[in-house]
Ligand binder design. Structure first.
Ligand SMILES: Cc1cc2nc3c(=O)[nH]c(=O)nc-3n(C[C@H](O)[C@H](O)[C@H](O)COP(=O)(O)O)c2cc1C
Length: 295
């Protein structure tokens, strides 16, 4: 492994390192206004949610690593502490990229990037009509984390009104991740698009304790067949299968066939573990564990 100490490598190198590692990042297309009422619109991927009640969103228009100048968005929120955070899907990517160009102060990026500005209900900055989720926010605090190039300016926002397009809602009124088509910012010039095969579900271990990987028998934990994900699935069971369940599961036809035909103990174990892996893929976790347990 290579290791790096901040300050011992150039800021731009540290930036590339961190932006390549902390990825994908969601993108806030942030609308602000300056003291003369001119709209400003810029994307920021140093962005996330940090609370729900109240809704807290933070983004960071940093000091430029190149020349230590500050961004118009940062300057605007220091004077008019209101923003609209517009979320970004694939259909918007080239326009948000364009909005990130360094236009002169006072230039309206809604116009430059071809977005439609619509009035907000509670705050002065405009919303982006093309964005499927627009959050009107007040700025609660701005925390400057340094004075040198690359330093962050954390703009801590409280969401006051959330607008969501019906086009991305499912029948339960929840945002359908397959319809949303969100994009994320990654290292270099890379983005990712959350659709199709790149989406997958992992049920949460909600309101309960799991047995943990340490509770699995040594022969499972030390198997070269199982990956960390396989062990994670098994360790996420609420309880270890009892003796009766194990006994019933071991009557499985494929399992019995392996036991009967495979005379060599090592390859017998390997075949059983490979079969258990298939069962894990089908969600038959108790059975997968059971067939790995020595008779
Ligand atoms: C997808 C994307 C994400 C970006 N994220 C950030 C960010 O998190 N912080 C930042 O300082 N600049 C970020 N930038 C660059 C700013 O958008 C750019 O500096 C812009 O000119 C700032 O505009 P302003 O001066 O009008 O605020 C990003 C650019 C793109 C295209």
């Amino acid at each position: 492994m290579k290791s790096y100490i901040p300050g011992e490598i150039p800021v731009m190198e540290m930036m590339a390192l961190l932006q390549g590692a902390i990825a994908p990042r969601p993108i806030a297309l942030v609308s602000t206004i300056d003291m003369d009422g001119n709209p400003n619109l810029s994307p920021f991927s140093f962005f996330n949610i940090f609370g729900i009640n109240p809704p807290i969103l933070v983004f960071s228009p940093s000091r430029r690593g190149r020349d230590n100048t500050t961004k118009h968005t940062y300057e605007n929120v220091k004077i008019i502490p209101e923003v609209v955070i517009n979320l970004v899907n694939y259909e918007m990517v080239h326009q948000i990229n364009l909005a990130s160009a360094e236009f002169e102060k006072g230039v309206n990026e809604f116009i430059k990037a071809g977005f439609t500005q619509i009035k907000s209900d509670l705050v002065k900055p405009f919303r982006v009509k093309e964005s499927p989720v627009q959050i009107e926010c007040i700025v609660r605090q701005v925390i400057e984390t340094g004075n040198e190039g690359g330093a962050g300016n954390l703009v801590i926002c409280e969401g006051k009104k959330v607008h969501v397009s019906e086009n991305i809602l499912n029948s339960k009124g929840i945002i359908d991740q397959n319809k949303a088509g969100w994009i994320g910012r990654m290292g270099e010039n890379y983005y990712c698009h959350a659709v199709g095969n790149s989406l997958f579900e992992v049920p949460k271990p909600l309101n309960r304790a799991s047995i943990g990987i340490d509770s699995l028998p040594e022969e499972i934990r030390n198997s070269h067949v199982f990956t960390g994900n396989d062990l994670g699935l098994m360790g996420n069971m609420v309880e270890f299968p009892d003796a009766q369940t194990i006994h019933e599961n071991q009557k499985d036809e494929t399992c019995l066939l392996i036991l009967k035909t495979e005379k060599d103990a090592v390859s017998r174990k390997e075949k059983l573990h490979l079969y258990a892996k298939e069962l894990l893929k089908k969600g038959e976790i108790a059975k997968a564990i059971s067939i790995c347990i020595s008779r």
